[in-house]
Write a protein that binds this ligand. Structure first.
Ligand code: PXG
Length: 301
């Protein structure tokens, strides 16, 4: 097989400009070395961010989480938070996305090093920014809600690789995603090592029981989602009670409503879990209210 000349329908648009270590380069020229530890070991950190009307949503929170993730893995980002922010806006502008809605992938890799794990044998972390469109779930799913399942792959143990670190090593989530997709579920719920609900592969989870919002706490081993935070604020503004509490699978099965939050998904209703309908099997009123509040928020901020 001619490996070098295969057609890849998922290849990036050649006119896309990537911000790579200080300059905007065409996608075809935006290359990272095969010696980069980000590739060799998943050694690096990233953020998935949205811009609405050209403004980066909760920019400071995303940049802060990036630096926190980097600090946790002893990666020194060779830029200031302001420089990172400017690089993201420059990438939007360079791709004709100023003033528009877009999706930003911000990545810091450990950089080129020797063929060993040691971070002492790497010297130059690389930073790149991709700005493009991202697919939400199909629009119909936002009307009907979606069916999700819990999967056997458990969320990584916080003492092994903390889910609070948004690292380039996403295999834990990818394995769970495969299990979901094999069962025709677009998203999968992962439990932690204690059997408590943690989060989905790329989304946080909320349930509504007796009018109260419940969501797993940080201690359950989750990524502290920026969208999760925004939704908690919106709910409290409406006077709702939000409890961060450990939940088991049974708790999920008996709730009136359930929804997921994430940068890619925004807010989306879940209408069945492991084949059990949630509430009456349609997106619930509180979920719909929070979806609408979230849409208002992203246009207002
Ligand atoms: N949990 C995990 C494990 C995530 O990866 C979230 C929760 C939600 O966090 P935010 O801050 O986005 O509200 C994430 C975020 C994708 C994709 O393509 C996934 C994320 C981000 C960007 C894209 O599925 N995950």
């Amino acid at each position: 097989m001619d490996l070098r000349n295969r057609k890849n329908e998922f290849a990036p648009r050649p006119d896309l400009k990537i911000w790579l270590d200080g300059e905007l380069v065409p996608a075809g020229e935006a290359k990272i070395s095969v010696f980069d530890h980000g590739l060799l070991y998943g050694d690096g950190v990233f953020e998935g961010i949205r811009s609405y009307n050209g403004k980066i949503f909760r920019c400071e929170q995303h940049v802060r989480r990036l630096y926190d993730s980097a600090r946790a893995i002893r990666l020194v980002i060779p830029m200031t938070p302001d420089e990172i922010t400017k690089a993201m806006y420059d990438t939007l502008a360079g791709n004709g996305l100023a003033g528009k809605d877009a999706y930003i992938r911000l990545v810091v890799t450990r950089g080129v090093g020797t063929l060993g794990l040691s971070i002492l044998k790497t010297a130059c972390p690389s930073v790149f920014v991709i700005a493009d469109q991202i697919e939400l779930y199909p629009p119909a799913l936002y009307e009907t809600g979606m069916a999700v399942i819990t999967v056997p792959t458990m969320r990584s143990h916080p003492a092994a690789l903390s889910p609070r670190i948004k690292s380039l090593n996403y295999l834990n989530n990818i394995l769970a995603k495969i299990e979901g997709q094999d069962a025709n579920a677009p998203e999968a719920i992962m439990l932690n090592h204690l059997g408590f609900v943690a989060e989905c592969t790329g989304d946080n989870i909320f349930v509504i029981r007796d009018g109260k919002l419940q969501t797993p706490p940080t201690s359950a081993g989750i990524l502290e989602g920026v969208t999760r935070d925004a939704v908690i604020e919106l709910a409290r503004k409406r006077g709702m009670t939000v409890e961060e509490k450990d939940l088991v699978r049974h708790d999920l099965y008996v709730v009136q409503e359930c929804f997921l939050t994430g940068t890619a998904a925004e807010v989306i209703a879940v209408t069945s879990i492991d084949g059990r309908p949630i509430g009456d099997g349609k997106p619930g009123p509180i979920t719909k209210q929070l979806m609408s509040d979230f849409h208002a928020l992203i246009r207002a901020e």
